[in-house]
Ligand binder design. Structure first.
Ligand code: 13P
Ligand code: SF4
Length: 302
């Protein structure tokens, strides 16, 4: 039996579901029950009836699944698949920010640890950051946004609101330079440029649309356009090409590779199912604190 068949067999035996982020390796996306962005994966994790979730993504995503489904076993096939941006802020940093700006509401990007989330009021993904900032501001509250300075900058531009930010960033997305976008535009003048809000403002300003990964996939499918320049992690091109065989997709930069996302391989998925490794565990009080702010994120689906 091949590795794919063995994974499928064990999935049935263990009552497992495989969730994969849009940046996963092509062969991992191909064996997943669901491929999506952080928000879509959280919604799937909260709604599945399966006993086990094999989470093909990075650590904060598997933690979010555990917080939403504490009774399920959440397996991260490689325990070292982390997110450097999430590691750029600690719970202690959030406590200090709250002391520095009393009365503000703290909105954290889902790319944070459970300990950080437990200190925050709201959580968002790139798909709903803008609408959440707008809503918090509507109530007259000041917003502290952590940890991504680029997503904070984008949300401030999109809403016209002043946001207190933090110094975090994604080491993968900042590799996409304005000159990369200009070069690709010259090569493909008819293409629509889509950029993730984790890109720098210089890159974002050259894009036609700033979108989360799931909205990029939606645009790729629904727009009556045949060519796209994609300014985000290159793994997403596999899904776009599979779903739209008649269209053409060009990465803005071949260097935009997230090494942590690529840690998950078919062999590690098989190992996870065979030996039930590596289960996510979290202290009950951290899960409780983090769940409040994640639940609010799920209420804002767009
Ligand atoms: P999405 O929320 O768009 O899936 O992005 C997650 C991420 O880690 C981007 O780098
Ligand atoms: Fe983290 Fe960036 Fe990788 Fe997303 S692409 S998981 S933000 S390092």
């Amino acid at each position: 039996m091949g590795i794919v068949e063995e994974i499928q067999r064990l999935k049935r035996v263990k009552d497992a579901v495989i969730l994969a982020h849009n940046y996963q390796l092509p062969e991992v996306q191909d064996i997943a029950d669901f491929v999506g962005d952080s928000l879509g994966l959280s919604i799937q994790a909260a709604g599945t009836d399966a006993k086990v979730i094999v989470f093909c993504g990075v650590h904060f995503m598997a933690e979010t699944a555990k917080i939403l489904s504490p009774g399920k076993t959440i397996l991260l096939p490689d325990p070292d698949a982390g997110c450097p941006m999430a590691d750029m802020i600690t719970a202690g940093d959030v406590i200090s920010l709250k002391a520095q700006y009393p009365g503000s509401k703290v909105l954290c990007y889902v790319n944070t640890s459970a300990e950080v989330k437990a200190q925050c009021d709201f959580c968002c993904t790139s798909a709903n950051a803008e609408s959440m900032v707008r809503d918090i501001m509507k109530n007259g509250d000041r917003v502290i946004f952590v940890p991504d300075k680029h997503l904070a900058g984008y949300a401030a531009e999109a809403t016209g609101c002043e946001i207190i930010g933090w110094k975090g960033f994604c080491p993968t997305h900042v590799k996409i330079l304005p000159e990369d976008i200009l070069r690709e535009r010259d090569l493909h003048p008819g293409a629509l440029v889509m950029a993730h809000p984790e890109c720098t403002s210089g890159a974002r300003k050259l894009a036609d649309r700033v979108l989360s990964t799931e909205t990029m996939c939606w645009y790729a499918k629904e727009m009556k356009i045949d060519e796209f320049i994609v300014a985000t992690e290159v793994g997403i091109l596999h899904r776009m090409r599979t779903e739209n065989p008649g269209k053409r997709f060009y990465p803005a930069s071949e260097l935009a590779v997230c090494p942590n996302m690529k840690r998950i391989t078919l062999e590690k998925v098989l190992g996870a199912l065979q030996e039930m490794r590596h289960p996510i565990t979290l202290p009950r009080e951290i899960m409780h604190g983090a769940r409040q702010c994640i639940r609010r994120m799920l209420e804002y689906r767009a």
